[in-house]
Design a protein around this ligand. Structure first.
Ligand SMILES: CC(C)(COP(=O)(O)OP(=O)(O)OC[C@H]1O[C@@H](n2cnc3c(N)ncnc32)[C@H](O)[C@@H]1OP(=O)(O)O)[C@@H](O)C(=O)NCCC(=O)NCCS
Length: 125
């Protein structure tokens, strides 16, 4: 089910020249960093704690993001375990001139709630 809903917007960014690959489109690693940052924000909000990324379960890239595009990352909690949370993520690109929007990437990432010793800590305490 799509998570595209204004209430699920976690992060907005612009595709800038330092983040381009040799095709002139957004480098996949930069997109993964955006997805990870957004997922961590969702997980921290849910657990009210610091979190570690423990697994990027899947990441699919559907359409290249172009220079000057805006990127909107939507995120939603998909599953809560004892100390872990799985977050569903979608990255949509938008051409600021034509306002054309496209699903650029989607991912599912698992985070672990951690205490001040960086050890797993229950999400619901
Ligand atoms: C996160 C970390 C503290 C977890 O420690 P751990 O000893 O593996 O903890 P556990 O085995 O008790 O697992 C903790 C939870 O994570 C889940 N988990 C662990 N590995 C997982 C994986 N590969 N995929 C999905 N879930 C995983 C466990 O199922 C458990 O979930 P639950 O408590 O909801 O049942 C440890 O793995 C770690 O420090 N990893 C490095 C994190 C990091 O550097 N990330 C990048 C920077 S943010």
């Amino acid at each position: 089910m799509s998570i595209v809903d204004p209430k699920n917007i976690v992060l907005k960014a612009f595709v800038m020249p330092p983040d381009l690959n040799f095709h002139g489109t957004l480098f996949g690693g930069a997109m993964l960093a955006y997805l990870d940052q957004a997922g961590a924000m969702v997980a921290q909000k849910r657990s009210k704690s610091r979190v570690f990324l423990v697994a990027m379960n899947k990441a699919n890239f559907m359409a290249p993001s172009m220079l000057n595009d805006s990127i909107t990352i939507y995120g939603k909690v998909a599953h809560v375990g004892n100390t872990s949370m799985t977050i569903q993520l979608e990255a949509w690109r938008e051409d600021p001139i034509t306002q054309e929007k496209q699903l650029s990437a989607e991912a599912e990432a698992t985070y672990v709630s951690i205490d001040s010793n960086l050890k797993p800590w229950p999400v619901d305490r």
